[in-house]
Design a protein around this ligand. Structure first.
Ligand code: 5CA
Length: 160
């Protein structure tokens, strides 16, 4: 895993958010892209299931954001999500993602957003010891104990 030892402002913000939550995680800047789950797995040298996808959805009627933290090898079932959230839901566009998370697609972290987001955690992530999540940019990640990821939201079965 080639590491670049300078962190961008976005990655520093995620590092600060981790510290503020008392999570002893260290943000790593990569020289290879981790923009998608597949790229992240390749850059880190781990199985894609251990990559945390931070997927933003928007509820249809109240238009609120919902963050789903999904295992990199899973697709999210919209029907399961709908029943968890209590209303119809669709994917967010890039503008909505940035507005509600403070980060651009490809680097959206699972925490450290301007306002806390309703968050649902794919229970499959809890089957791994360590998982890896985006740290604010498409070239940064951090490792996290899967027990800690369960603390970031409501753990549920969301797999399609
Ligand atoms: N850095 C990696 C994992 S460490 C990462 O951020 N992966 S991700 O899966 O959380 O984010 C990429 C996801 O953003 C894609 O799976 C895709 O569902 C979503 N996405 C990509 N382009 C768009 C777009 N134009 N509009 C809405 N969502 C998009």
């Amino acid at each position: 895993m080639p590491i670049d030892d300078t962190l961008s402002t976005s990655a520093e913000r995620v590092q600060a958010a981790l510290r503020a939550r008392g999570l002893p995680c260290r943000v790593i800047n990569l020289t290879q892209s981790s923009r998608t789950a597949e790229e992240a797995a390749r850059a880190i040298g781990c199985e894609v299931g251990r990559i945390v996808k931070s997927l933003v959805f928007r509820t249809k009627s109240s238009r609120r954001p919902v963050l789903v933290l999904a295992s990199g090898s899973n697709r999210v079932d919209p029907k399961k999500l709908r029943s968890l959230v209590g209303e119809k839901i669709g994917r967010a566009d890039a503008t909505f993602v940035r507005e509600h998370t403070g980060y651009a697609i490809g680097g959206v972290p699972p925490l450290g957003h301007p306002k806390p987001l309703e968050t649902i955690v794919d229970r499959d992530l809890l089957t791994f010891g360590t998982v890896w999540a985006a740290a604010g940019t498409p070239y940064s990640v951090f490792p996290l104990a899967s027990g800690a990821i369960g603390g970031l939201g409501q753990v549920a079965d969301v797999r399609a």
